[in-house]
Design a protein around this ligand. Structure first.
Ligand code: PMP
Length: 350
């Protein structure tokens, strides 16, 4: 859905890189995160200040190949290395389906997936993933485990004004962001972490050094340009044409269409979200998540198979740790595909 905005911007975000540039592993050897491009770091801080969605003062920035790599770096950095047993990693269901896969992929002796945070009651240290707004269901979240030895990772991939009202700058110890969901450039594979603790930031940097010896400079330079254009347009005289105005309007339209389709069909339900004031857009609105989290009502037990039969491809609830009566559908596809999806959904009858 973001493609058409960037097409309209034409050459504003075009980046040309001569063959002799960005050849080194290093970006700035004096920095803690030595492979972070200084211009990208500058634009990250600027954009968070413009939008007001995260505190950047006294934070270390660590860049990653997507926030996916940073999540792994965070697990590595936060796991106690002297424990006999791997530390438990939990998240409240429904949780982002990649968390268990990534956590257990290498069967690490450092950390281990321990499932739904709401039913976690083991004593001792644990890592809780807090995704807010949440993938798949779109709700704003806080940590749920009531333990004293919890270490939190806040995945804020969707804490941007096209998806949810920005009520205040997030101010957590370890926050993950990504261009995939903020600007739509998933293919750049760029994410960043804002990290309070210097030691944790150092260990995350070490992990990325061991894993990929840094992060593509070409991608960082391109990401810096895209963030700069977003900030320039948000602050400039043509604010109405800004990236977040555009994407807010597309999401608002799509959610309206989705709710109408759900109502017409009568077979499904979607959640309502409480409206809140967005300090950035200066208006009150209901969250309009990047995913529709749909429940099949009545006696349909496997909603994913049911919808596949109606030519709608979804991801079923079991991937997210809940009932197969639920499915997740992306709200971010190109206009044409989205229109096809809502049309098909609206005509399904029991
Ligand atoms: N966290 C969440 C909650 C996500 O939904 C996604 C993308 N689906 C990611 C992280 C991964 O982002 P990236 O493309 O930056 O690796």
């Amino acid at each position: 859905m973001y493609e058409s905005y960037w097409q309209k911007k034409g050459d504003e975000t075009t980046v040309v890189i001569p063959g002799w540039q960005f050849m080194s592993y290093f970006s700035d050897a004096t920095r803690l995160c030595w492979f972070l491009e200084p211009e990208f770091a500058k634009q990250i801080v600027r954009l968070h200040n413009v939008v007001g969605n995260a505190v950047t003062e006294n934070r270390h920035i660590v860049v990653g190949t997507g926030s996916t790599q940073l999540f792994q770096a965070a697990l590595y950095a936060l796991s106690p290395c002297a424990e006999a047993e791997p530390i438990s990693v939990v998240s409240a269901a429904p949780y982002y389906s990649s968390y268990p896969l990534i956590t257990d992929c290498l069967k690490s002796r450092l950390y281990k997936w321990a499932g739904d945070a709401r039913s976690f009651s083991k004593n001792g240290p644990y890592i809780e993933l807090v995704t807010s707004p949440n993938n798949p269901d779109g709700f704003a979240r806080r940590s749920v485990v009531n333990g004293s030895e919890g270490i939190l990772i806040h995945d804020l991939a969707y804490y941007w004004p096209q998806y949810t009202p920005i009520s205040s700058p997030a101010n957590y110890d370890l926050m993950l962001f990504t261009v995939s969901k903020s600007t739509g450039h998933a293919g750049m594979r760029i994410g960043w972490a804002l990290v309070k603790d210097e030691d944790v930031a150092r260990k995350m940097t070490k992990y990325i050094e061991i894993n990929t010896i840094g992060v593509s400079k070409d991608s960082q330079v391109r990401a810096a340009k895209v963030l700069k254009v977003i900030s320039d347009n948000s602050e400039g005289p043509n604010e109405g044409d800004s990236f977040f105005e555009f994407s807010y309007r597309v999401m608002a339209k799509r959610w309206k269409q989705l709710r109408e389709a759900v109502q017409q069909s009568g077979l499904f339900s979607v959640s309502d979200f409480p409206p809140q004031l967005c300090m950035f857009l200066n208006r009150v609105f209901e969250p309009q998540p990047a995913f529709a989290w749909i429940k099949c009502e009545g006696d349909i037990e496997d909603c994913e198979s049911f919808l596949r039969g109606k030519k709608i491809l979804t991801r079923g609830g079991k991937h997210f740790g809940v009932s197969p009566k639920y499915v997740r559908i992306s709200m971010l596809d190109r206009d044409k595909n989205y229109e096809t999806f809502v049309r098909r959904l609206s005509t399904i009858r029991s």
